[in-house]
Structures are given as C-alpha cells and as structure tokens.
Design a protein around this ligand. Structure first.
Ligand SMILES: Cc1cc2nc3c(=O)[nH]c(=O)nc-3n(C[C@H](O)[C@H](O)[C@H](O)COP(=O)(O)OP(=O)(O)OC[C@H]3O[C@@H](n4cnc5c(N)ncnc54)[C@H](O)[C@@H]3O)c2cc1C
Length: 357
C-alpha cells in the first residue's frame, strides 16, 4: 500500500463507486479517505442518491456531451450485468423496461443503431402503443434500490480498508489538509470532487438543481417492469420497482431551479392520478395506491452536462472533478468511476514512490 492518501469528497453513488474502483485498480493500493457531509443512512434534500428511483432509460442525444454520457451509461450497464449476479444483495435487478412517448423528439424517430448495446431493444409497433402514444420501445434494463446499493458500496469500501469522515468541508483546499488521518497515511496530492452539486466548493456558474418529487408506494404485487410515459403536456410518468422489497417509485417531476424542499400535495395527487390512468394493473384491489411516503430530492444538474476533468490547482496538487450528473448519476456511475480511475491513475505508481521518500 502507498502511504499517499487520496481524498474523495462525497459519499453519493459517484463518490462511493469511484472510491471502490480506485481501491480495486490502483497499484500500489492507495490510502483512501472519503469526506462527506452526508453518507448512506442519512436523509437530506441535498443528498441526491437515496432519492433516486433508480432506473436506466437510454436517451438518444447525439450532442458530444450526450454521446459521452451515453458511453458512460453503456459501461455501467455492462458492469451491472455481472455485478447484479455477483452481489445479489446490492439491490440491482434486471427487468423489462417499456417506454412510450406522446410527443417524441425527432432523435427517437431515427435511432440509427444507437441502442445496440441495450439487450432486447425493440421499437414497438403502432398496434402495441397505448392510446395517445406516438413512439414506444421495450428493452432489458435494470432498477436499483439506491439506499441499499450505496450502503453495500460503503460496506465493501470499509472492508477494503477505506476510511470515511463525516463532515462538511468549506473548500477543496481543506481536503488537502487532512494528511495523517490515520497511522501511516501520508500526504494528499489528489482530491476527487464527487460533491454532487459542487456548490460552495467550485465556482461553476453552470451548476443548478432540478427538483424531483416522487412517491413511494407498496402495492401488493411489485411492478414486474419499469415503465415510462411521456405525456402530451410534456410531463413524465414512471414506475420504478425497487429490488429487494423496496416498494415502487411513482414519479415524477423535473423542476429546474425549484428550491421547495417540502412535498407538494397537488403534485402528489397529479402524479398518482396519471400513473393510475397509465398503469391501472398496478393498483390495489380497491383501485388505490398504498402510499408509504413522498420523496423530494434535488438532482445536481449542470448546463451542458456533468464535468469529469482533472485540474492542477497548485504545484503537485490535483483535483479530479466528477460532479453535476443531473438525473443520470446512477446510470453512469461505473463509467464515471472508470474515467476518474484513469485520470487519477496517470503516473500513480511514480507519485506514490515519491510520496514514500
Ligand atoms: C427524485 C430523483 C429521481 C432520480 N432518478 C434517477 C434515475 O432513475 N436514474 C439515475 O441514474 N439518476 C436518477 N437521479 C439522479 C441521481 O440521484 C443523481 O444524479 C446522483 O445521485 C448524483 O450522485 P452524486 O454522488 O454526484 O451526488 P450526491 O448523491 O448528492 O452526493 C453528494 C455527496 O457530496 C457530499 N458533499 C457535498 N458538498 C460537500 C461539502 N462541502 N463537504 C463535504 N461533503 C460534501 C454530500 O454530503 C454527499 O455525500 C434522480 C434524482 C432524484 C432527486
């Protein structure tokens, strides 16, 4: 093990996926320290991961950033296929995904082989579409019970010898100052910034939050698939079964720059009404949803998409940024971890030799 310490700010899905990946791939194995205000088991509107559905729904975005994020999503999809089998307790389950759009953007009508990495992908025939839908597809995807998944990642990280300190840092420079967090841990030359919104840590005017309100229900039969409808008014209705008896998420809103932290009763009513109309087979025997709780979270959005980039902030001090994942953090998590691993890994062996001197 190297005595150099790598600090990761954040214990959301990106911080934990990255930490575990670094432990498993860097040689010599680094000392790792996660510093996070919130960690698995905590609830805060500013801690996005536990509120996330989460399902994977591919998006046909052909902008350079869209293609970049699609490649991260494909890596995650491939990784989860094996991971779900190796660690059934991680809370990832593959299942059918069905989506139907009432007003599909042009990109959906000319996919040009873009979904070739998604198993069983098939555009639905007109006769298979629900009333009002103009386009639809079915494929094999996965759903993640996110509170279970990040607790699992944290457990593995700790068993590998990783450390976590729960506190808020006022600036990234504070993370460089924690050398010696345990016996034998050495200087900090690399900080990985997985702080979600990054607000307060990085002056990035592109960052903003997108409020999401959903509802957790526990109807008798867990939904057999994840389903998504784009409604003619531009709203979205989705059903995400959470594996390992986590209930079913009925969603959801995407409200940019909306800072309301409490659930809105009217939003809940509309969400459940639209879902009942679209998926009546999921209602209980009395035709109702069995509601457990409302969920409100803030997606860490960023104009132009997420930032994954290395920055030398001072001589010999590097920050690798991985923030602003918006509504896709879970589905691109492994791809981001691998990319951060490449950025941190550049010259790692040599750096750690220097650190020992
Ligand atoms: C309602 C809802 C539904 C969603 N559905 C999906 C979905 O179906 N699929 C999908 O892929 N994604 C979905 N998302 C998005 C997903 O939740 C996020 O993209 C993802 O969780 C971002 O992970 P993260 O690790 O970057 O951030 P977070 O989970 O927010 O973690 C950030 C971490 O940084 C720490 N931190 C921040 N600042 C500091 C500081 N100054 N000092 C110390 N620690 C700090 C926090 O405490 C936390 O530990 C959804 C989100 C919401 C809200």
């Amino acid at each position: 093990m190297s005595n150099e310490t790598i600090v990761i700010i954040g214990a959301g899905v990106l911080g934990l996926s990255t930490a575990l990946h670094l432990q498993e791939t860097l040689t010599p194995r680094p000392n790792l320290l996660i510093i996070a205000q919130y960690a698995p088991g905590d609830e805060s509107i500013d801690y996005a991961t536990p509120w996330s559905g989460a399902h994977y729904r591919p998006i046909p975005d052909s902008s350079p950033q869209g293609l970049f994020e699609a490649s991260l999503a494909e890596k995650t999809y491939a990784h989860f296929k094996t991971y779900a089998l190796t660690y059934p307790e991680a809370g990832i389950r593959f299942m059918p995904g069905v989506e139907m759009l009432e007003s599909p953007p042009a990109a959906y009508l000319n996919l040009d082989g873009r979904y070739s990495a998604i198993d069983d992908f098939r555009v639905l025939g007109k006769e298979e579409l629900a009333a009002g839908a103009e386009w639809g597809a079915s494929y094999t995807t996965y759903c993640v019970n996110t509170p279970v998944y990040i607790a699992h990642l944290l457990r593995r990280y700790l068993l590998n010898g990783g450390l976590i300190v729960k506190k808020r840092v006022a600036g990234i420079e504070d993370a460089f100052a924690v050398a010696g967090a345990r016996d034998g841990s050495g200087p900090v030359r690399t900080v990985v910034n997985c702080s979600g919104t990054a607000m307060g840590l990085v002056k990035d005017p592109k960052c903003f939050v997108t409020r999401g309100q959903t509802c957790l229900v526990t109807n008798a039969a867990p939904a057999p698939s994840t389903q998504t409808r784009q409604n003619s008014d531009g709203t979205w209705t989705f059903v995400i079964p959470r594996p390992l008896h986590g209930g079913t998420i009925i969603g959801g809103t995407k409200e940019e720059r909306d800072m309301e932290d409490r659930p809105r009763a009217e939003t809940r009513r509309v969400l459940l009404e639209k879902a009942a109309k679209a998926f009546p087979e999921l209602l209980d025997a009395t035709g109702r949803w069995e509601v457990v709780r409302d969920i409100v979270g803030r997606r860490p959005s960023r104009e132009g998409g997420m930032r994954v980039e290395s920055e030398e902030v001072a001589r010999g001090r590097t920050v690798v940024h991985a923030y602003g994942a918006g509504g896709r953090g879970v589905e691109i998590s492994r791809g981001v971890a691998e990319l951060v691993g490449e950025l941190v890994g550049k010259g790692w062996g040599k750096k750690s030799e220097r650190a020992k001197l």
